[in-house]
Design a protein around this ligand. Structure first.
Ligand code: NDP
Length: 401
């Protein structure tokens, strides 16, 4: 039983808030605070008749540490769940530190002016969080998030040593638009237009964007083209999974998405360098975001499934062994339940679970932690209970080397 302050009220937050309200035994009270308070109020109005969770709202600029501190002091939450954008991670971590409040997020910090995401900025808070006696749980979405929990679970129950991890993120949903992104377009396009990389034998191997393509036959979805990307959980898993030799991350993309992306890149629309337009400075990628469909409007149109999971290769009792742990989620079922498509659903559910486990003390420890550092079992149970059931295949098709 406790009170959570949720910062941000976009696609992912909306799902997490629905799930907190379904779980009012744990979340007795939530405060939804975001830049546009009208969105928080609309969600409160929709949900308060359906739940015992007490809901309040607030306006906050999460770039302003002092405003965040004032808000936390007023609301007095047990945990802060950061579901704003990765640019706000450090200001929110600072405010949690100043008020000695536990912190949870779903994406690692990224400076707004450089498309480079890595954990070094957030890991730099370890000592200060330890000294303050508070917990920061980093990356409690699906990927990062559930993929780290799957890794810890595989290590705990199936292997003595894991040597290879392939993380596969397949979205076979069709929204009917020639081009749209399933979550914040600015964050999504920054991620997919960056250089790819994977971890092998103790070092990063860099690739050109979309250079490595494979085809994989996904359970319950079928064969899809997938491309190797850099992804943030590779960095922490490389440290936290002993004996690891290689970690790769693949995401599926359809041909239409890639053709449009290439064209937008070629004309400069994905650039994050500000340009002058009619005397005003604008960032092309932010302008592009403004003209693309709002991801939250895709829910009713998106049909099909997602399949996200990890293939592990390693050893048990001296013998080689492979397993695949994955979740399949149906866009339309998510929409019927919480009014969002599966990409927001698969992130919002683990965000609620991470906040719940920190809030009720199941996952606690002074310091800054990545998700695979905690006992995976309570999280795996909660995934089954809150809408993201997972399966284990002991005879998976492997991704070719
Ligand atoms: P949205 O753009 O839909 O929502 C972001 C929310 O943050 C909006 O409500 C926005 O307010 C609010 N916000 C932005 N800036 C500020 C600010 N300065 N102060 C207060 N509020 C602010 O994004 P998503 O819901 O798609 O993504 C949320 C997070 O989830 C991102 O960090 C994203 O990277 C992460 N994510 C993680 C995944 C994972 O699997 N780990 C997968 C997908 C996303 P406003 O309404 O005014 O714009």
């Amino acid at each position: 039983m406790g009170k959570a302050l949720i910062i941000g009220c976009g696609g992912v937050a909306s799902v997490a808030i629905h799930k907190c309200c379904q779980n009012s035994g744990e979340f007795t009270e939530i405060c939804i605070a975001s830049r546009t308070v009208a969105k928080c109020e609309a969600l409160k109005e929709k949900l308060e008749k359906t739940t015992d969770t007490k809901i309040t709202t607030a306006q906050v600029d999460a770039n302003d540490v002092d405003a965040l501190i004032r808000l936390i002091q007023e609301v007095k939450p047990d945990v802060v769940l950061n579901l704003a954008l990765p640019y706000q991670d450090l200001t929110i971590m600072d405010a949690c530190l100043a008020t000695k409040t536990h912190y949870i997020d779903t994406a690692n910090y990224e400076p707004e002016d450089t498309a480079k995401f890595e954990y070094k900025w957030q890991w730099a808070y370890r000592k200060r969080y330890e000294e303050a006696g508070i917990t920061a749980l980093l990356g409690s979405g699906f990927d990062p998030g559930v993929t780290g929990v799957f890794s810890a679970y595989a290590l705990k129950h199936y292997f003595d040593e894991i040597n290879y991890i392939d993380i596969l993120d397949c979205n076979a949903g069709d929204h009917g638009y020639p081009f749209a992104t399933n979550f914040n377009p600015e964050i999504n396009i920054r991620e997919v237009s960056a250089k790819g990389s994977y971890w092998e034998d103790g070092r990063w191997v860099e690739t050109e964007p979309m250079e490595i393509k494979k085809v994989y036959d996904f359970p319950e979805v079928g064969p899809k083209d997938m491309y190797l990307l850099h992804h943030e959980e590779i960095e922490s898993l490389a440290l936290n999974i002993p004996g690891i030799r290689r970690i790769r991350f693949f995401m599926t993309f359809g041909q239409s998405y890639l053709n449009h992306l290439r064209c937008l890149e070629d004309v400069g629309m994905t650039s994050i360098e500000p340009i002058l337009y009619e005397g005003k400075e604008i960032v092309p990628l932010q302008f592009l975001k403004a003209v693309l469909p709002d991801p939250s409007s895709l829910g009713p149109r998106t049909k099909g499934k997602t399949n996200i999971g990890c293939i592990f290769r390693g050893k048990k009792d001296g013998k080689e062994k492979n397993i695949y742990i994955y979740n399949v989620c149906d866009h339309q079922e998510c929409y019927r339940e919480v009014g969002s498509q599966a990409v927001a659903y698969t992130t919002g559910v683990p965000a609620m679970i991470g906040a719940m486990l920190v809030m009720n003390g199941t996952w606690r420890g002074p310091g800054v932690y990545n998700i695979e550092e905690f006992d995976p079992d309570p999280f795996m149970d909660a995934l089954n209970r809150f809408g993201l059931p997972w399966k284990v295949s002991e005879t998976p098709e492997l991704v070719e080397d």
